[in-house]
Design a binder for this molecule. Structure first.
Ligand code: NAP
Length: 238
């Protein structure tokens, strides 16, 4: 085990996997920066972190907006220090038959799920490379490995996450920066609820957000010389 890196920035941290990951990182000893678009739920999670004695900071922003993300990163760095860990988690899940999918659906999906990777990673990566230390964790999906009916936009965006991640890893691994892509199956969150095109699955059989957070914490606890670069986690008995 290595000494935990100190500051983590989690996008989409006001709900689901992001919220659970922010809490797990805080409990593991990190200071935690957070963002989401809606101020109310974000303020709630910052309060929840602080109530546990975790140093937390964040402000609302859309991860596809470079100015908003720059302001977020400046805000978090000024209060907690530069991010050693970035969790690119924010995302949306618009599942529709292709014949019903609109260009707006497509653009919304790619803004939150793909453009965000460019915008947020650009904002923190140069600092990580200068410090020769960093961990970028990108949340893809099993939909990043397989297509499914209703997934033309979502699965395409999550395939893009894997291509981004493996290419980024090739570029930064010799600069002390590690890159992990996490591909969860169904997790019981708002994003997964009422997605009838994915078929019925009782919520109690789905993964919980805490399960995904736990594998992220495990991957971070490896020594600097070791990297789990891709990780699939699925319900054991869907
Ligand atoms: P969720 O419960 O709906 O939470 C999504 C979080 O992201 C919220 O905090 C949301 O807050 C934020 N967000 C969404 N778009 C954003 C944007 N453009 N800018 C900033 N924040 C944004 O979803 P989840 O299930 O935890 O999903 C988290 C990630 O896991 C996503 O990338 C998703 O694709 C992936 N995933 C989920 C599942 C699953 O079954 N649930 C499976 C595989 C992968 P605001 O709406 O306030 O912005």
């Amino acid at each position: 085990m290595t000494t935990p890196q100190r500051v983590a920035l989690v996008t989409g941290a006001s709900a689901g996997i992001g919220r659970a990951t922010a809490l797990a990182l805080g409990r593991a000893g990190y200071s935690v920066g957070v963002c989401a678009r809606r101020p109310g739920p974000l303020a709630d999670v910052i309060a929840e972190l602080r109530a546990e004695g975790i140093d937390a900071a964040g402000q609302p922003c859309d991860v596809s907006d470079p100015d908003g993300v720059r302001a977020l990163v400046d805000h978090v760095e000024s209060r907690l220090g530069p991010a050693d860990v970035l969790v690119n988690n924010a995302g949306v899940g618009i599942l529709k038959p292709f014949s019903e999918l609109t260009l707006e659906d497509w653009d919304t999906t790619f803004a939150s799920n793909v453009r965000s990777l460019f915008v947020v990673t650009q904002a923190v990566l140069s600092g990580m490379r200068q410090r020769q230390r960093g961990f970028v964790i990108n949340v893809s999906s099993l939909a990043g490995r397989n297509g499914f009916k209703g997934g033309t936009a979502y699965a395409a965006s999550k395939h893009a996450v894997l291509g981004f991640s493996s290419s980024l890893l090739a570029e930064v691994r010799h600069d002390g920066v590690r890159v992990l892509t996490v591909c969860p199956g169904s997790v019981d969150t708002d994003l997964r609820r009422d997605q009838h095109l994915l078929g019925e699955m009782p919520p109690e059989r789905m993964l919980r957000s805490e399960d995904v957070a736990a594998v992220i914490i495990d991957a971070l606890s490896l020594p600097d010389r070791a990297l789990v670069s891709e990780l699939d986690i699925r319900p054991a008995a869907p």
